[in-house]
Design a binder for this molecule. Sequence first.
Ligand code: ZN
Length: 287
Amino acid sequence: MKLVTYQSDRGPRVAGVRNGGCVDLNKTDVRVPTCVKELFAQGPEGLAIAADALAIGDPMPTEEIKLVPAVPNPEKIICVGKNYAEHAAESGGDVPSEPILFNKFPTALRGDWQPIVLPGLSNEVDYEAELVVVIGIGGRNIPREKALEHVAAYCCGNDVSARDWQIGKPGGQWLLGKTFDSFAPIGPALTTADEIPDPGKLRIQLRLNGQIMQDSSTTKLIFPVDELIAYASAVCTLSPGDLIFTGTPPGVGFARKPPVFLKPGDTVEVEIEKLGTLRNPVVGEKP
Ligand code: ZN
């Protein structure tokens, strides 16, 4: 099942994708929550009711609704650094012995086709194609062997990064360079986990203006999805709708010779097998 969230007069509402249109699931069956986080908190039982609603509901043409990020208001956005060996190498670092975690704020989220806005404060904005995990039933100290049971869905993500802020600020801090507004596009829709039995076997590609810049597979994740969930949940409670950006493969712009950074007029596409293609235009910040 593919799920999106759209903006209605009464706030954001979850919808399922069918025949190229969007079915408002709560309007079809009131047992389905309007909020995707509440839906995911219900686990597989809630998703089964949602799937039944999707099968019978009336699709609205997508042109007539305004889509917002598929999880518009997650409690947490957790990101993983250097989680592909060849990317760790091109970034000038060793393969990490434990996951490197950092975060973005929800104000950075954008949906499919929403622009990445280049901040006037940076001259080095880069792209990073990433598999994004969406937590379903939450928990603390989730054991690795049960971790995938806590995944509700997957989608494509772009961990947009201002390298001059990520690398150039004191204290080794990554947060600021990673969390400018619009630096966390996700989409195009959420694909529920029942359709992705193994998230460690997905081809992942990034194209900049149609040119392939990253082309790899999640088979190469140093720390796979189940281990990341176990590791993060040892520290903090994971909640329904939390997002985990799992790291980027090699081919990022700053490691190229000469470096490639995003500029106004660019289009960035992240495509992951079975999850679709996330497309975002790049624009300059209005003065
Ligand atoms: Zn990243």
